[in-house]
Design a binder for this molecule. Structure first.
Ligand SMILES: [Zn+2]
Ligand SMILES: [Zn+2]
Ligand SMILES: [Zn+2]
Length: 421
């Protein structure tokens, strides 16, 4: 604030008494001395509520001069600094961050800020509020304090609320959104060490599983202090304390299935896949309509928000499987992050039509979005055709099977195939 005041004084001093007088009149102030006028203008400038009026109150030239020093209200970075150099815009919250602070995350095709990532990274634990907004730790130790109210404590301890206070952490250099704690670090709350992070030992086969820390019962009512001391490596992390609401699988399903891609959009998506030079080269593609996890026919066809493939996974299974996959929310098809998904309404319609057909193997999807059904039977027929094409082989097999039959009365796998024919 003091730096802002000094810099603004310097800028305003270059303006004539007349110009300042006009501004002071505009902002409804009666100051008459130059120093007083400057002080009242600074006071007016520092109130965010006045921002919308700046363009009416100040000459363009002055606004240009102030642009460099006026704080950007949309700038919210984990470094907590306000310089406006080299910013990147989060596609989800429209807040700006420093490219240098975001590291390789800023290079993601669909950039989202750490606050958005931390709040969306586990749809099973819906973030309601930040008790400590994401902040950066590198080699320095930062102490953060926040107020733990009686009301919040009551919510946490009420068995029905499903409210939990979590400490979350992501590694900034890693292009991903998964929970990742420093290799080696100590976490302190109110001067007490509450958790030590150690790297997975080389002797153990399983890698350390990084999940959110439930700190619900650790805080005292009033101001709490939290800090983490990590190893002096070059890794940079963003940490946050969040209030979450734990959802049941049914609630997650309801929330996730509420977002869908309508039929015409889906057909557009299919056409784009076929017309894109680097994508599908033929004029149709075979899709099997089976869930990649269970290999059963998909019930609710879904894809991750950023998935670029045509195949869908089954949303119900995707949600069920998360507890075994450490809530990583990775698409089973492309392995990309899929904490935000949508239901494909056109595929849902295809599945509804196909479900009535027994022996359906999949569909042959054409470049205009239409499709043909592929039946299991056709598969068998084509297999038989292939076999009869090679009659010699067929005869050889027969001979061999007869030989097997004579030799051993128990049917073997080989003669079983031939007898079926
Ligand atoms: Zn920053
Ligand atoms: Zn954001
Ligand atoms: Zn995917």
């Amino acid at each position: 604030m003091e730096a802002f005041s000094n810099q603004t004084t310097q800028i305003l001093s270059n303006y004539t008494f007349c110009t300042l007088k006009k501004i002071v009149k505009n902002i409804d102030n009666s100051a008459t001395k130059k120093q007083d006028m400057i002080r009242s203008i600074i006071f007016y400038l520092s109130n965010p509520k006045n921002e919308a009026n700046f363009s009416f109150m100040f000459p363009k030239e002055l606004l240009n001069d102030l642009a460099k020093i006026l704080p950007d209200r949309n700038l919210k970075c984990i470094c907590e600094k306000t310089n406006k150099n080299n910013l990147i815009l989060c596609r989800a919250c429209n807040k700006k961050q420093h490219i240098s602070c975001m590291g390789s995350l800023s290079m993601l095709k669909f950039y989202e800020c750490t606050a958005c990532m931390i709040s969306k990274m586990n749809p099973a634990d819906e973030v309601l509020d930040f008790l400590v907004f994401p902040y950066m730790i590198g080699q320095q130790t930062i102490r953060k304090s926040f107020n733990y109210t009686e009301n919040l404590k009551n919510e946490v301890f009420s068995s029905k609320s499903g409210i939990e206070i979590q400490f979350r952490c992501i590694k900034l250099q890693r292009p991903g959104y998964c929970m990742s704690w420093p290799n080696k670090a100590d976490l302190y709350i109110n001067n007490v060490s509450v958790r030590k992070f150690k790297p997975s030992s080389s002797s153990s086969l399983s890698k350390r599983k990084d999940t959110a820390l439930d700190l619900s019962t650790i805080f005292k009512i009033g101001v709490n202090e939290i800090w983490m001391i990590k190893d002096l490596d070059n890794e940079i992390y963003a940490l946050a304390v969040v209030k979450v609401h734990k959802l049941t699988n049914e609630e997650i399903l309801k929330k996730m299935s509420a977002i869908s891609m309508l039929k015409d959009k889906s057909i557009e998506f299919i056409k784009a896949k076929f017309s894109d030079d680097n994508e599908i080269k033929s004029c149709s593609i075979r899709l099997n309509l089976k869930c990649p996890y269970t290999l059963k026919t998909i019930t609710i066809p879904a894809r991750g928000k950023d998935c670029s493939h045509l195949s869908c996974f089954d949303l119900i299974t995707f949600i069920d499987i998360q507890k075994y996959e450490n809530y990583s929310w990775k698409c089973p098809i492309c392995k990309g992050l899929a904490y935000e998904v949508y239901v494909d309404k056109y595929f849902e319609e295809i599945l509804n039509n196909c479900r009535k057909i027994t022996m359906l193997e999949g569909i042959q999807l054409k470049e205009d979005g239409s499709y043909d059904e592929i039946y299991l039977e056709e598969e068998d027929n084509s297999l038989k055709r292939k076999l009869s094409d090679n009659e010699n082989l067929n005869k050889e097999l027969k001979k061999e099977s007869e030989y097997v039959l004579i030799k051993d009365s128990k049917p073997s796998r080989l003669n079983a195939i031939i007898i079926d024919d």
